[in-house]
Design a protein around this ligand. Structure first.
Ligand SMILES: [Zn+2]
Ligand SMILES: [Zn+2]
Length: 420
């Protein structure tokens, strides 16, 4: 496993611990910055963005390895501190431009939007990551052209990502002189705002200096409390829909428009741009921010707890499997990916109080049971305890009984939403 992958993997339990601490502080202070359904949705997207790499290799890794070999670009010395400092700062500079463009161009926003869909803002929001951002490597090519060694680049990327975790909190106000140099929680709260004043501001990853230099900086204002989320709300907890929501809108518009030029143009136009004819034939009403309400479907305690337990199991097994997966065959990785992705979908539907969600969860348990027992020989080589007959039967039986005894919320309460 590469150093960059190790950094992300070892950071994961630390992230989860810090989320638990922030949750505790939230309960003690009574700030109510955490909602179970929102956090499970955000964390599901984090898990999903990691587990899909079980079956799809990162395009960036392949492209960089090939480029370095094919072009035989002279490399800066990896054992010099200044190369690491340069690599880290330059990475953040390139990240700034990639992130800024991700907010300003339709097809890049379709990938990045996932990180911004949450209407809450807490440490769990940090792990809300897209699975469809496949072209980011293009923005980082200058790093290779100036000869930053791949190891320095990938470690810088991992450290940059890890840094961005802690700025997703409302419990830290401002941090004195650090506000001038680094991206702080206050700066990043602005970045997640959908208020007119805050939209498309503060794109830096580690350093805020890029925003100050290139005119995208905005201070957080007390008189304008941040309204978190996006102007075309997702209104769903489903991780798959979160990833395809904006893509599907762009595809629909591209199909609906009668002008061939617009069918191509739409992808590269500023975020929110729609062909003129489609604006008339398929209008989308922009929600009034003054009437903003958070999406928060009704649920019951037993369904919430059931979803939480299934989710914790999925996260634990995902983290464990990613750490051992490099020994596994592709077919086994695919099976694991299915076993770990299905609960993320059914949990979201249970928490959305969807009418058939309980039946879908029964089906998911049945499919999981079939897969687990069919592949038990291979699985028990990975862990003989986790995949023993007894452990599997215990898990399936408890899940089945718990689900059967859990009453969903009344559909009448389903439209319940929180005002900001
Ligand atoms: Zn962003
Ligand atoms: Zn963020």
């Amino acid at each position: 496993m590469s150093t960059a992958a190790k950094i992300i993997l070892f950071a994961t339990p630390v992230f989860l611990l810090l989320i638990a601490i922030e949750l505790l502080v939230d309960r003690i202070r009574g700030t109510k910055y955490y909602r179970l359904n929102d956090s499970v949705a955000s964390l599901s997207l984090g898990v999903f963005s990691r587990t899909h790499r079980l079956i799809i290799l990162s395009l960036a890794t392949i492209v960089y390895a090939w480029l370095v070999k094919a072009l035989s670009i002279p490399q800066l010395p990896q054992d010099k501190i200044w190369v690491w400092v340069l690599g880290f700062v330059f990475y953040d500079f390139l990240y700034y431009w990639f992130h800024r463009m991700s907010h300003q161009i339709n097809f890049l926003w379709a990938g990045h939007v996932v990180h911004h869909q949450s209407e809450e803002f807490n440490l769990s929001t940090a792990l809300r990551q897209s699975s469809s951002g496949i072209l980011s490597w293009i923005f980082y090519l200058p790093s290779f052209i100036i000869g930053i060694p791949p190891e320095v680049f990938f470690v810088s990327g991992a450290l940059n990502l890890v840094y961005q975790f802690w700025v997703h909190t409302r419990h830290i106000n401002t941090l004195g002189f650090l506000e001038k140099i680094l991206v702080t929680p206050s700066h990043h709260r602005v970045h997640h705002g959908q208020n007119e004043l805050y939209i498309d501001k503060n794109h830096g990853g580690v350093f805020i200096i890029w925003d100050k230099l290139f005119g995208t900086f905005q201070q957080e204002k007390k008189e304008t409390p941040v309204i978190y989320g996006v102007r075309r709300p997702l209104k769903s907890l489903n991780p798959i829909w979160a990833n395809v929501h904006t893509w599907s809108q762009l595809f629909k518009d591209a199909i609906h428009t009668r002008h061939w030029r617009d069918k191509f143009k739409i992808w590269f136009m500023p975020t929110g741009w729609r062909p003129k004819d489609v604006q008339k034939t398929h209008p989308i009403k922009k929600a009034d921010l003054a009437l903003f309400k958070k999406y928060n479907p009704a649920t019951t305690t037993s369904i919430s707890l059931y979803a939480l337990v299934q989710f914790i199991l999925t996260v634990t097994i995902s983290t464990w499997f990613i750490s051992v997966m490099h020994h596994s065959e592709f077919s086994l990785r695919l099976i694991f990916w299915i076993i770990l992705t299905l609960p993320l979908i059914t949990i979201s539907m249970l928490l959305e109080n969807q009418p058939r969600s309980k039946w879908l969860e029964y089906t998911r348990l049945f499919v999981t049971a079939l897969l687990l027992f069919y592949f038990q020989d291979e699985l028990s080589q990975l862990s003989s305890v986790l995949f023993s007959n007894l452990a599997l039967l215990f898990y399936l039986l408890i899940s089945f009984v718990w689900l059967t005894l859990s009453q969903p919320a009344l559909p009448a309460n389903n439209t319940f939403e929180l005002s900001n």
